[in-house]
Design a protein around this ligand. Sequence first.
Ligand code: ARG
Length: 584
Amino acid sequence: MKTLLEIFKQKVQEALVAGFGAELADTDPLVTPSTNPKFGDYQSNVALSLPKKLKQSPRAIAETIVANLNVADICDTVEIAGAGFINFSLKPSYLANLLSEIQTDERLGVEQVQPATRVIVDFSSPNIAKEMHVGHLRSTIIGDSIARILEFRGYDVLRLNHVGDWGTQFGMLIAYLREAYPEALTTADALDIGDLVSLYKKAKVRFDEDAEFKETARQEVVKLQAGAEDSRHAWQLLCDQSRREFQVIYDILDIKITERGESFYNPFLPEILTILEEKKLLEEDAGAKCVFLEGFTNKDGEPLPLIVQKTDGGFNYATTDLAALKYRIQEDDVERIVYVTDAGQANHFAAVFQVARKAGILPEKIDVVHVPFGLVLGEDGKKLKTRSGETVKLKDLLDEAVTEATRDLKDRLEQENRAESIEFINQVGQVIGISAVKYADLSQNRITDYKFSYDKMLALKGNTAPYLLYAYVRTQGISRKGNIDFSQLQGDKIVLEEAAELILVKHLLKLGEVIQEVERDLLPNRLCQYLFELSQKFNQFFENCPVLQAEEPQRTSRLILADVSARTLKLGLSLLGIEVLERM
Ligand code: ARG
């Protein structure tokens, strides 16, 4: 079903053509949802953009448009305000028709894109033998939500985990383990990730201080790259070890992702150099091979290079991203690629995209977007740390959220004198805790840094997961209390009269617009804001309009409003990776 925004755009376009002729067919009708209900529900400012072209006053243009508008079924009133703004107010009977239409639609009126083109969401992407940190947590939560929204819209989404599983660090690590923990290179599970991380740090110290060790490490890389069996085996063990640790986090967060790490593109790296060479883009700088960039300069105003082959002959992060781009375009047949990483990598991606465009690897029609996000800060406004000043382990952070959510829940149950089973308490605590972490992250504009606070994210009031989950619980309370099977409601006699009903139904009908916006701008916080407002509007309705006690046809109409509110909340939350609760 078309969104109301699309409908009004079309209506204004038709009126323009009817009033002024076909040459106006391509004019942008400048329709937006009204920001203030005083100006109706939607408005068009198009009349103000045409006086020059049409040699008439905006007001006269607006009058001609209104005279040619065919919106009698849709609008109660169409008003011309001020200099020539056209304001549309939706008719309750039209809203009732649309509500009954979405009530019977599993997709709640949200259209699917045709054809289902392929999109890659490159997210999470932690590094082997290192701890997954809060930056990876943000990437995981934001990337998963973007992937879910694009999937729901009907795209063929490939969720890729570009793990850092290749590079000189493996030579260093293997060389160190050969000395210190030889069994770790031959036996699975000889180490756990914590050991691996601390060994990595020790290896790095040796590497930086000891020239002989550095040489050994270098030879290990050569061996590994040449495919020596024991090196490959050792590398595999290290990867498996880390992979299992990452999986623990993915399971807690319910993340589906396909691993295709940096090593995957290893065979395609030399070819990238050949292409750059052929395009005459490759230059040498202090022994390294690089491409000089446009628009990137150092403090002295000299152009900066993107290095693609280091002095020792090794390839790097950027070379791999170039090879990955080529592979994704040619083999995966992708049309849009979305990279979700911290804002610190903005220059890296801008440089890679620029070089890829110049080299002909990245055709104009392929849309590549870096989706940056800010830092996770502690309540003190500084980088998030444990009390003892160490980096926070993700598993601990998530466990703590569940512990705190469970404690809050127990307090509340006690205050409300409710006895619940231990299974109920554990399950509800788990869902609230994890949802709170996800929602706190997603509800911020991702570009800004965000302050991590268990108290704030777990609050029952405000723009939080518990508030939204609670609104859903209320909807389900109606069906339980009245013994109503929402799926059996007949929407042929809906009447909407009360202000709270009309406000709620108009908001419900905006879901499609919001989803299209997130699809375009990749800002999941817009969906959060929509769901938060939906919860508020539902609560207003619930407090002002009796449902089960109402007479027909109000009763059924309101039950349908409750049902569609519930399903919109459930669907919207699922697109954020959050599951709902029937009771809490
Ligand atoms: N492994 C990288 C990191 O931890 C993120 C990779 C992002 N994806 C990419 N195609 N470069 O920062």
